[in-house]
Design a protein around this ligand. Structure first.
Ligand SMILES: [Zn+2]
Length: 506
């Protein structure tokens, strides 16, 4: 499971947090299923934008890369990302793999010398095709004026992979998801591939080209190879049998998670490069959309930027994770705001899940001293929960992280309705209500256990607290079957999502 490596010319923001959180949900979900997971994230540190930003600050590119890489590295634990490794493209081991793989691409006959002339965006570090240039010769992403560049380069023969890429897309319709992005990548391929520069001549901040040290590799090829190179030197994750060769064990990547703006590099250049190097292709590329503020891409001047760090400080990382995956249908663009965040926090996390947990545990303490009755589960609830873990897993396999969360949340609501329907407080007053009350309390707490396990990838810290109160630490997916893991005793639980969380920073 990989995130893109983040570019160090700027500081981390909500968009980075979003991608990493989504990848983390998938990584945790697969660990729940008992899969062997290696979750990779890191930083992309070479190329013109970093060199330019460093020169503007009067420091060396390496110094800027070091500073900002630390900030990205620090972001991961703040958002509870469980990554197994953090790669930096200035790691010498990564650079060695870049040199060796790209030399093999050359030996295989896919590299040649030529002259490139075209419109170039220094912020994208990319040449633009005529069809994607905005009015006034501007970058469609950065809206800055493009420069005309002419450079002697080595080229990667992308056009040689036209047919093989078309075949790949026709044979594997789940290679890119969602479908709109698959179609977009395929139509780019069908429009006719042109060869692309593999190296830069005028630049020095990059991985030097072994067969011509006056060149450095174009930053995109250097960066893409991180997914592969990391396995050549990352330590094996805890729990893995000590077997040295992670590449043999884990390659190809199961899931590359990316945002839609880097689709072409991942869905076209990357598979072609791997074909050229005779390396197996990744299994899936999942593409998410943008988080928008009032329909616009986030902008500080609008003054309503959802600051991930402020949210985490006041409400905790779980609340941010839940909100982002609940509010914006995963894969699409969607608006986020502090207003809708606070609404969901209060109405869903606090009122629905928080209350369900506290009233369930509260009633067990009040009526049964915390001991869960050994009663048959209510068949009505059993029916409502039947097949739930399998459905959630299928949704996540299809990159539907929001639909999966909705499946679970419907059960949170179902359990709250169940409390209202059965009114345990009434049963407790009835002289012959003890058996029924036993069944209701047992069913309720098993349902709570099931949703806690299923929600763990999304809100790990809160569900771990909840599961601890239910006397269970096991988060494996099998335990999400209703009644699969009997809860025997409950303990007091402090409010999972307090209505008045820590006062925010001014
Ligand atoms: Zn640009």
């Amino acid at each position: 499971m990989t995130t893109p490596i983040y570019y160090v010319n700027a500081a981390p923001h909500l968009g980075h947090a979003y991608t990493t959180i989504a990848a983390d949900v998938m990584a945790r979900h697969h660990r729940q299923r008992g899969d062997e997971v290696f979750f990779l994230t890191g930083t992309d540190e070479h190329g013109e934008p970093v060199a330019d930003a460093a020169h503007a600050l009067g420091i060396e590119p390496q110094q800027l890369a070091d500073q900002n890489a630390q900030r990205f590295k620090a972001l991961a634990p703040e958002i509870e990302a469980s990554n197994d490794f953090f790669i930096r493209t200035t790691d010498p081991q990564h650079e060695a793999v870049v040199r060796s793989v790209l030399s093999r691409v050359r030996e295989n006959g896919y590299v040649y010398e030529g002259t490139y002339e075209g419109w170039y965006c220094p912020r994208c570090a990319d040449f633009k095709a005529e069809s994607e240039i905005d009015e006034g010769n501007r970058c469609p992403i950065h809206h800055i004026e493009l420069t005309r560049e002419r450079e002697d380069n080595y080229f990667f023969a992308l056009s040689a992979f036209q047919e093989r890429l078309e075949r790949l897309y026709s044979q594997r319709d789940d290679f890119v998801a969602p479908r709109t992005r698959y179609n977009e990548a395929l139509s780019f391929i069908r429009s006719g591939l042109r060869d692309v520069p593999l190296t830069r001549h005028k630049l020095t901040w990059g991985v030097s080209v072994p067969w011509d040290p006056e060149h450095v590799f174009y930053v995109w090829f250097d960066a893409l190879l991180n997914y592969y190179s990391a396995l050549s030197y990352a330590p094996a994750p805890a729990g893995f049998a000590p077997d040295g060769d992670l590449i043999k064990r884990l390659w190809p990547a199961s899931y590359h998670l990316i945002a839609k703006d880097i689709l072409r590099f991942h869905a076209v250049y990357w598979p072609a490069l791997l074909m050229a190097a005779e390396i197996e292709l990744p299994e899936h590329i999942f593409v998410h959309g943008y988080l928008l503020m009032d329909g616009e891409k986030m902008s500080k001047s609008l003054g309503n930027v959802l600051d991930p760090f402020a949210v985490i400080e006041r409400f905790g990382a779980d609340a941010l994770r839940f909100y982002l995956l609940r509010e914006v249908p995963f894969g699409q663009d969607g608006s986020v705001s502090t207003t809708s965040f606070e609404l969901r926090y209060e109405s869903e996390l606090a009122n629905e899940l928080g209350n369900l947990a506290s009233r369930t545990i509260g009633m067990l303490m009040r009526y049964r001293d915390g001991a869960v009755p050994d009663a048959e589960l209510d068949p009505v609830l059993e029916l409502d929960f039947a097949g739930l873990p399998q459905r959630v897993a299928a949704q996540i396999d299809a990159a539907e992280l929001t639909l999966a969360l909705d499946e679970i949340w419907q059960r949170v609501r179902r359990l709250n309705r169940y409390v209202e329907e059965r009114a345990p407080w009434r049963l407790a007053r009835e002289t012959d209500g003890a058996d029924q009350l036993d069944a209701v309390l047992a069913s309720l707490v098993q349902g709570l256990h099931a949703v806690a396990v299923l929600l763990w990838p999304y809100i790990p810290a809160s569900t771990e607290r909840l599961l601890a109160a239910l006397g269970s630490e096991d988060v494996s997916l099998a335990g999400a079957e209703l009644g699969a893991r009997r809860v025997e005793h409950v303990r007091e639980l402090e409010s999972l999502f307090p209505k008045e969380p820590a006062a925010g920073p001014a």
